[in-house]
Design a protein around this ligand. Structure first.
Ligand code: GYE
Length: 311
């Protein structure tokens, strides 16, 4: 039948390609969704995916890449936990003529050392969040606390930079506390507890900016335990668009999120297929779109639409 032919054609086309995937870990719901989607798309396209979970350690990612190179895989996907320290192993992959595709985070290595990078404009995401807050608070004085992503990661660096650009020129908005919550719910909660303590029991905090929704969800718990109302006493703006932030929004406990698609693998696999087919060199950065969602955007419906997508 046509369907069978289509499947066999895909499988034949992929001709059993083996792809090594060095994933950071499962620090956030967003990351879990990226892993789920990458595995399901590899399956659909007939690839054999060698999956490695680095438990957020760069040395584990470098070891995984070296093992993929030794195996002679046909391509490597990597979500690089931090932006620096990749030149050596990327050079080794290049010498082995194995194309490398970066997912959702960038590296500071020369872009000749990888085929392409698939990700969002991380600075823009921070700027959208900052602009939303500036528009929302108007002229009111607003003391902001910031939960940063993993120290040294490109999203932590760029989302901080973008947010500061977004609030620039609004002297009534001030970031008074800023610390990493490592993109996790647990550390996000813990650090928010320390911010609350440092800021008059949280009464002096006007807004939380979290570099991802998972830290925001953890912080929301801390705000409630301090007897304050997240979403009204303390505005909550973050990034990713995971189901639980939409649930919080529907409950009035979060205010805005900037969506990051977890489907980085689709563009990555398309670029690899074109490269394998006839050596087509893709652009060095394949940008995914970022979209602001607020309580006005049917958060309950957004939650329903996203739950079960592997988050
Ligand atoms: O926002 C966060 C994950 O690298 C942009 O990593 C990604 C970030 C994402 O831990 O949830």
């Amino acid at each position: 039948t046509a369907a069978a032919l289509a499947i066999s054609a895909t499988a034949a086309f992929a001709d059993g390609k083996v792809i090594g995937f060095s994933q950071i870990g499962s620090e956030s719901g967003w990351r879990a969704a990226e892993t789920t989607l990458t595995k399901s798309q590899a399956e659909e396209r007939g690839y054999q995916l060698q999956f490695s979970d680095a438990q957020q350690k760069q040395e584990n990612q470098i070891a995984a890449l070296r093992s993929f190179i030794a195996q002679g895989v046909d391509a490597i996907l990597i979500a690089p936990v931090v932006a620096t320290g990749w030149d050596g192993v990327l050079q080794e992959a290049k010498e082995a003529e194995i194309p490398v595709v970066l997912l959702d985070r960038m590296v500071d290595s020369d872009n000749g050392l990888y085929l392409t990078a698939v990700g969002s404009n991380l600075v823009h995401e921070g700027e959208v969040a900052g602009k939303w807050l500036a528009d929302t608070v108007g002229d009111k004085d607003c003391r902001i606390v910031e939960l940063q992503g993993t120290t040294g990661s490109s999203p932590a660096i760029d989302r901080k930079k973008g947010f500061e650009q977004g609030i620039a020129g609004h002297d009534n908005l001030k970031i008074v506390q800023s610390q990493t919550g490592d993109f996790t719910r647990s550390l996000g909660k813990e650090v928010m507890e320390s911010f609350i303590q440092a800021e008059n029991g949280g009464k002096d905090i006007c807004a939380l900016y979290a570099h991802n929704d998972d830290m925001a969800v953890g912080a929301i718990q801390a705000i409630k335990e301090a007897g304050l109302k997240p979403g009204t006493d303390i505005l909550v703006v973050s990034i990713d668009g995971v189901p639980d932030i939409f649930k919080a929004m529907a409950d009035g406990e979060a205010n805005a999120t900037v969506e990051l698609t977890p489907n980085m693998a689709g563009p990555a696999f398309d670029a690899l297929e074109a490269y394998w087919k006839d050596g087509t060199e893709p652009a060095k950065f394949l940008q995914t779109e970022s979209k602001l969602f607020t309580q006005a955007d049917d958060p309950a419906g957004q939650y329903e639409a996203r739950k079960g997508l592997g988050y």
